[in-house]
Design a protein around this ligand. Sequence first.
Ligand SMILES: *Cc1c(COP(=O)(O)O)cnc(C)c1O
Length: 394
Amino acid sequence: MKLEEIFQAYNDYIMPTYTKVPLVFVKGKGSKLWDIHNKAYLDFFPGWGVGSLGHCHPKVMQAVRDQVSKLIFIPNNYYHIPQAKLAREIVYWSYPAKVFFCNSGAEANEGAFKLARKFGQGRYEIITFENSFHGRTLAAVAATGQKKYQEGFSPMPEGFKAVKFNDIAAVENAVNDKTVAIMLELVQGEGGINVAGKDFVLALKKICSEKKLLLIVDEVQTGIGRTGKLFAYQHYGVTPDIMTLAKALGGGLPIGAMVVRKEIADTLGPGMHASTFGGGPVISRAALAVLKAIQEEKVLKNVNLMGEYLVAKLDALKGRCSVVKEVRGLGLMVGLELNIEGKAIVDKCIKKGLLVNCTHAKVLRLMPALNVSKKEIDKAIAILNEVLKGVNIQ
Ligand SMILES: *Cc1c(COP(=O)(O)O)cnc(C)c1O
């Protein structure tokens, strides 16, 4: 297909639900992507949080190739080995739990909502947070504490109440006898890279214990090493009742998972919840390869080292560029808040061969592959520096 034909086909046949950048990519390796003109890009937002090992990690490719040649799919009323191994591996690295597999983050959260309601036996309200993001299905949108995702879709499903993030009094005020759970991202991703305070999270856990509420941690974006630990909750010294995963878990293939503390895992019994594709052989092999590569290649160590390095470089950049307001984040989940709208900055970076994201209007979101090198960070910083130094604020 020629370039114009591709754009035309999208225009004619694809629903217009995405704001798109006019680039056509054909190949990826590690932190590099090549477009249809063979121009190379440095990808500092691989796969919107999916590409944590970079593009086309060799171990993931090998696992998928091998599985595709043996058995592509078997439904969930039978047994297969890859799913058994994957669930065991996730539980080994997290907490005593059972896993439900699905295909996306929103779906994993839907599972959590259903489990919470069943657990509540009449209690159904879930407290969420302003600027959170939990996905695009109707209930996930209702849980999301940002009006812009809800507009036009009313009535919203009942039972979600978003309160101020990092404000324990707001949570205390919101709890009532209908409350069954508190749900949060430990670092809000779409909401602008806002890190939950340690005291705040400990206080949430205390409220949950006292009031018999479930603590649901949405680790769809923070999970699988992004923040420097395999799961972000491990920074806080609390164990969630439910953790939801998706994005990076499949190394680029679609997967979602709900990890439920063992004592309450049988709340959903046979016939109460299901997913046709959830945890199939190919995706399970891919996810196993991701978890193995993270251990074997000492990826978490790299996240901590490179996260510190990146933040130090960005702090220096902040000193040079008045347009930078704040640098914040955890591990390699980093936000650069600007004093201006970020879209034009993102476009300029792309022109210079650096792919970054802007969220919450003014926050550049940098989430490079977890195996990113110092050299790649230096290159990204050089481009950001060139782009930002020319921008003055009035
Ligand atoms: C991306 C995201 C989701 C939604 O995941 P999908 O796979 O797009 O459904 C949910 N929660 C968080 C925190 C996310 O970042």
